[in-house]
Design a protein around this ligand. Structure first.
Ligand SMILES: [Zn+2]
Length: 390
């Protein structure tokens, strides 16, 4: 815990580079930000991929694609069902001992994987028109299966500790986002250990959702949201961190790197890493939102509570009352004010007007990228696939 505190304490230094000793936090232009040296595509065990060099070619597309023969345009449902079955068997191989069901998200379905039931939902609309994105879809499904296999302990741990480490909705959302980011990397690392042949599906998936996507700053990205984006990229796809971002967040990047370095070595490390990053980001949030000192705010709340107490007593007994000595009046006001203060303080602490909750109003859509913006297949395709299935 000592080292944690130290890191947290160092952080603010970097926020005011002018005050720093030297630019000891600078990140070099060509410094490798991939703390785990994952190679191209930032997938575990990716890189010099055998399937690219052998004539075997194991991509789902080349193995199963209908290549335009045998299917006419309106037979998309049959083509998609066939692909779905193949992907389903891939997921089985990932771990045959863990049961799952697979579904393509449709207009009327819930659209999310349910880990408790082992029910995997993926974005089948990726192959709505052709099979070009079949590997990506397979990668998505495998990623979800990995959640089913590995992530239940994380959910349990989150439930057990959430109330203790999160005081407001924003803090809870932040906790969830950090968990998702770290967990996604952790589970993908497990695939590399147990089922290395499938790693390239994850690589295709990451390339689609990270390399080709833009997780860029726009006018609506808050300063704090931007920092979370940097963390996301650092964990999931460091090459997305461009020069501007390196400069802008150099001190944070250095600290994030030290926090995640051993952060996915095992289950316990994942928990520690999540807590550490959460603590760090909360500290950054309260610094960015530093218009007032906390003791100053408490003084204000106290005044407010006293005003309230006086008003209540005056409303009930008038400005002066023969039956009420000044002593009694005073103690009455104080007792009302105290109760009021406790309520005001509680409301302040869980308020959406401070810290993370205030700075991160745009907190939707950063998360893990892989799980967001899921497309639907139409009701009619979904129905047709079901019919064919039966
Ligand atoms: Zn995930």
């Amino acid at each position: 815990m000592d080292s944690e505190d130290k890191e947290i304490e160092l952080a603010p230094k970097g926020m005011f580079p002018a005050d720093d000793d030297e630019d000891i936090y600078e990140i070099d232009i060509d410094e490798n930000l991939d703390v785990w040296n994952r190679g191209t595509g930032y997938t575990w065990g990716g890189g010099q991929s055998w399937w690219q060099t052998t004539s075997m070619g194991s991509s789902v597309s080349s193995m199963w694609s209908m290549g335009g023969t045998g299917y006419v345009a309106n037979d998309d449902a049959a083509r998609m069902l066939k692909n779905k079955r193949h992907i389903d068997s891939l997921c089985k191989v990932v771990d045959p001992t863990v049961a799952h069901t697979l579904e393509f998200a449709a207009e009327h379905t819930s659209g999310h994987t349910d880990m408790n039931r082992g029910h995997i939902v993926v974005d089948g609309s990726l192959i709505r028109l052709n099979d070009n994105k079949l590997d990506i879809l397979a990668g998505l499904a495998i990623h979800e299966k990995l959640h089913v296999i590995h992530s239940y302990p994380l959910m349990k741990w989150q439930r057990s500790i959430r109330a203790e480490v999160c005081k407001s909705e924003g803090e809870r959302d932040l906790f969830q986002s950090i968990s998702n980011i770290v967990e996604d990397e952790y589970i993908e690392r497990q695939l590399h250990k147990t089922c290395a042949g499938y790693v390239h599906y994850i690589e295709a998936c990451k390339e689609h959702y990270f390399a080709k996507s833009k997780i860029d700053v726009n006018d609506e990205t808050s300063k704090f949201g931007d920092l979370i984006n940097t963390f996301l990229m650092l964990v999931r796809y460091p090459s997305k961190i461009d020069m501007d971002r390196r400069k802008r967040h150099a001190p944070h990047i250095r600290l994030f790197m030290s926090m995640i370095k051993d952060g996915i070595d095992n289950r316990e490390a994942v928990y520690k890493c999540i807590l550490l990053v959460h603590k760090y980001l909360l500290a950054q949030a309260s610094k960015m939102d530093d218009q007032k000192d906390i003791s100053e705010i408490m003084e204000e709340l106290k005044d407010k509570a006293m005003d309230y107490g006086e008003r209540r007593v005056t409303d009930s007994f008038g400005e002066e009352n023969d039956d009420l000595t000044s002593e009694m009046r005073k103690s009455m006001i104080e007792s009302i004010a105290k109760g009021r203060f406790d309520k005001l303080k509680e409301r302040y602490e869980s308020s959406s007007d401070r810290g993370v909750d205030k700075l991160w109003k745009d907190h939707k859509g950063i998360d893990t990228v892989l799980h967001e913006d899921m497309g639907d297949i139409s009701k009619s395709i979904h129905k047709k696939m079901k019919e064919l299935e039966n």
